[in-house]
Design a protein around this ligand. Structure first.
Ligand code: AMP
Length: 198
């Protein structure tokens, strides 16, 4: 969890849309998801608006639609990396739907085998995440999946771990982007796909 502060209360909006029926489909999906992502004020600390995806996960149809959309449009993917912990819930079904492997990126000290570690700055202090050194093969095409893109620090550190492992980062796929934090600026040259921007 970063110290990203959400500007509370306003409705989520659909991201950039193409035209015609594709735009309508994107808009319908955005509605489906935004109605099932709940704002929790002052969690886990005062000033944070937490984007709670558990209502979405509890709705089988909406969960399936979100996973299908997050998996689409990336070409061949060899590994899907999920970021602890909510990223795991989305990345595993995305990997299954793509016929790809799933790789967990975990907080420091949680992985049992030899790991690469990457530290990054939070608003107060630092965080460290890790990946097993043998989880991604040289040249493998990797999709990074998480629930929320906030400042982008976690996704940027994950991209570094993938590259140190020899993988090629194809893109970052998230359910929800906190647009006002401009997390994309931390991910230069990477395709960032989001189903909603808040
Ligand atoms: P960041 O590194 O700032 O992009 O933060 C991204 C990570 O923190 C993701 O793994 C999110 O699950 C979590 N996160 C950050 N801000 C929020 C928020 N407002 N609501 C829910 N999760 C958040």
């Amino acid at each position: 969890m970063s110290d990203a502060r959400a500007a509370g209360g306003e409705a989520n909006q659909a991201t950039t849309l193409s035209s015609g029926s594709a735009a309508r489909a994107d808009s319908d999906l955005a509605q489906l998801i935004s109605a099932r992502v709940r704002d929790i004020a002052d969690y886990p600390q005062p000033g944070i608006v937490f984007k709670d995806i558990t209502p979405l996960l509890a709705d089988g149809q909406a969960f399936a639609a979100a996973v299908a959309a997050m998996a689409a449009g990336h070409g061949r993917i060899d590994k899907v990396v999920g970021i602890e912990a909510r990223g795991f819930i989305l990345a595993a079904p995305v990997a299954l739907s793509l016929g790809a492997g799933f790789v967990p990126v975990r907080k420091q000290g949680k992985l049992p085998g030899a790991s690469y570690a990457e530290s990054y700055r939070l608003e107060y202090g630092t965080a460290t995440i890790e990946v097993h050194t043998d989880a991604i093969g040289p040249g493998e095409r990797v999709l990074i999946v998480d629930d929320v893109l906030a400042t982008g620090g976690t996704a940027a550190a994950t991209a570094s771990l993938v590259r140190r492992s020899g993988g090629e980062v194809v893109g970052v796929s998230v359910l929800l982007e906190l647009g006002f934090l401009d997390g994309r600026a931390s991910l230069p040259g990477l395709e960032v796909m989001t189903l909603l921007t808040a």
